[in-house]
Design a protein around this ligand. Structure first.
Ligand SMILES: [Zn+2]
Length: 152
């Protein structure tokens, strides 16, 4: 059972995914929270672009307070290798997400390998928490994006 706080913040990240989609971008949104404070709340960048919503949120938060040790990253869609790496290097070790990578095309990630398989060799583990209660809501936005941009 997920923590109530985690669900609350994850809902905000999913709202950012919706906003990103409505602005014509890939539906990704990220929030960084530390000690009960939202340090950053971001939507995705236009494609092609560096730093997805999750990387942007981590960078914004890091620029505000420095090390993100003890912080949590909330994302609608499980983070890609770039974003989880940026999070790792910021000191962040906890990521909460609604949609696991396995539920969408691996093409969105530039690799079909599981994220865990790619990052489990980092010196310190990153706790990754899947909140399945919000999966349907978050994946619906991805499906809308696919319908609008891929299935023409
Ligand atoms: Zn990413």
């Amino acid at each position: 059972m997920a923590e109530i706080e985690d669900i609350r913040y994850l809902k905000k990240a999913i709202a950012n995914s919706r906003k990103s989609f409505e602005e014509g971008r890939f539906p990704a949104g990220g929030i960084v929270v530390k000690g009960g404070e939202i340090l950053a709340s971001e939507v995705n960048v236009p494609y092609p672009g560096l730093f997805h919503a999750d990387s942007k949120a981590v960078t914004t938060a890091f620029n505000k307070v420095g090390s993100l040790k003890g912080a949590t990253l909330y994302v609608g869609l499980e983070s890609c290798l770039m974003c989880i790496s940026v999070a790792y290097w910021s000191g962040l070790r906890r990521v909460v997400y609604a949609v696991p990578k396995s539920k969408v095309s691996g093409d969105y990630y530039e690799t079909h390998k599981e994220t865990g398989e790619l990052i489990d060799n980092f010196n310190e583990p990153i706790e990754r928490i899947h909140i399945s209660e919000l999966e349907d809501e978050a994946i619906a936005i991805v499906r809308e994006w696919e319908k609008k941009y891929l299935l023409k």
